[in-house]
Design a protein around this ligand. Structure first.
Ligand SMILES: [Zn+2]
Length: 84
């Protein structure tokens, strides 16, 4: 009954000027990046969060993304090393 929690991706870090990549959720091109630099539409990330309130994030291309939810945090290049 609760509304989908909206992410705050206003930071320019969430926008990859390098070009579009296929969204990991719907497969359509998107310039948006999650906090793990995963290509995903903001609406798709919000929808995933809404549909998986307690589930861990699935792996992507065999890599553990190291998080359970999409976050509003801007992408961090160094996060990958310290998340273990
Ligand atoms: Zn999408």
């Amino acid at each position: 009954m609760t509304a989908v929690a909206l992410l705050n991706w206003r930071s320019s870090d969430h926008f990859d000027h390098g070009g579009d990549c296929p969204c990991t959720q719907c497969g359509q091109p998107t310039p948006m990046r999650s906090h793990t630099s995963e290509p995903v539409h903001k609406v798709c990330a919000e929808d995933w969060n809404d549909r998986n309130p307690n589930a861990p994030r699935h792996q992507h291309d065999g890599h553990d993304l190291g998080t359970t939810r999409f976050h509003s945090d801007p992408p961090s290049k160094s996060r990958k090393d310290g998340a273990r």
